[in-house]
Structures are given as C-alpha cells and as structure tokens.
Design a protein. Structure first.
Length: 226
C-alpha cells in the first residue's frame, strides 16, 4: 500500500467486509506472520492469472469444464480477498511502504487483464469481447487515477467498478458450472454463449462507469475553478 508520507493513504475503496471479524482475524494473522502488503498484492495477481488460465482452458478441456469454471470463480474470489487484505495489513497494522502504491495499483490492473482476457477465450466466449472488457476496465481505473493526481478523492463509483466486474464473472462461472446447457446457449451470435454475454456486460458497464467518473471529474474541476 501507500507510503506513510502520502496524505491520501487512507483514501481506500469502501468495502464492508473489512468490518467482518474473520477479515480482521486473517489480516492480524498475516501481520503476525510478517507477510508484507506487497506480497499479498502479488498473491492476488497470481490468483487472477490462474483464474484467467482456467477460463481459457474451458475452451479446450471439455471433460474438466465445470471444475475449471469453479476453479476460476474461487481464484477470482482469492484475488478480491487479497485486494482487501493488502490494505488492511498496510493501514491497520502499520505496514505502509514507499513502494506500496506501485504494488497496490499495477498488479490490480494486470489482474483485471488476466481475468477478462482469459474469459474472452473461455468456452462459447469471444476473444474480442475479452480484450474490449479489459480495455474498458483499465479506463475506469485510469479516470480514477487521473482525478487523484489532480488532488481529488478517488472515485470508486460504479455501475461496474472492480468488485462488480469480478462479481459478474464469478456468477457466470458458477452458473456455467452448475448449468452446463448455458454454455451451448447462443446469446449474441453463433459463437457467443454465457461467458461471452457476461463479459459483454462487463465491457458495456465499464464503459458506462468510465463516462460517469469522467463527467463527475469534470464537474468537480469546474466547481473548483469557479
């Protein structure tokens, strides 16, 4: 997480799960073990890469497809858990570091790319949709970072912020694992089924999120200049 010299170090995404006793217990356990927030961030990236790989493999390994979808959902959940715990260990257990901001942001962006591009290669999905969803996700983070660089608080508004993007993919994974017939249903054109529809929603929602954040950013800047 962020270095101690940064005044915005407590400008974090609002996550209600931080208040859960189990979340606090896990963060305390990691801090006692001496696990650094940067290490937790890298673990989150590794989990995302595994998730993206599982999703891509669903297009090649039909016999293992339900297990691969479940594995992808679990690894995406681990990615989100790591994203929460790195901040809790850093801020609440005084483990801030000068390089923390880099480890907080860069692995997160790479994780989005890994999951969404992998989803584009999933069974009955479409690679172009995966790349579009990844680009749209990066744009939401870019507008947030731009506002922050201009001295404004981080804007985490949706409708398709990171937790929402990952939530859509997790739900799609579980649905395709439990109801395999959704994989064969065609929802847009002949090659696109359930997962393609899910990342299409992510791409459209992330684009809407980028525009919403951009409009809010312009409004805040104009208000400061008036």
């Amino acid at each position: 997480m962020r270095g101690p010299g940064q005044t915005e170090r407590f400008d974090r995404r609002p996550i209600s799960a931080r208040r859960f006793k189990v979340s606090r217990a896990i963060a305390s356990w990691l801090a006692r073990l001496g696990v650094s927030p940067n290490t937790i961030s890298i673990f989150g990236l590794i989990a995302a890469v595994v998730a993206g790989s599982c999703l891509a493999w669903t297009g090649s390994y039909e016999s293992y497809r339900p297990l691969l979808f479940i594995g992808a959902a679990g690894c995406i959940g681990l990615r989100l858990l790591a994203n929460m715990l790195d901040g809790m260990v850093a801020v609440e257990h005084n483990r801030l570091s000068p390089t923390g901001e880099v480890f907080n942001e860069v692995p997160d962006r790479l994780a989005d790319i890994a999951v969404l591009v992998g989803a584009g290669y999933a069974h009955t999905s479409e690679p172009a949709l995966g790349y579009l969803a990844a680009i749209a996700a990066l744009m939401t983070a870019y507008v947030r970072a731009l506002g922050k660089s201009l001295g404004l608080p981080s804007d985490y508004r949706g409708p398709m912020a990171k937790p929402h993007r990952m939530g859509v993919v997790i739900l799609a994974c579980l649905a395709l694992a439990i109801i395999p017939s959704l994989s064969t249903a065609r929802m847009f054109w002949d090659s696109v089924g359930g997962m393609g529809a899910a990342i299409g929603v992510v791409a459209l929602g992330s684009t809407a999120t980028t525009l919403r954040r951009l409009v809010h950013l312009l409004h805040r800047l104009r208000s400061q200049g008036s």
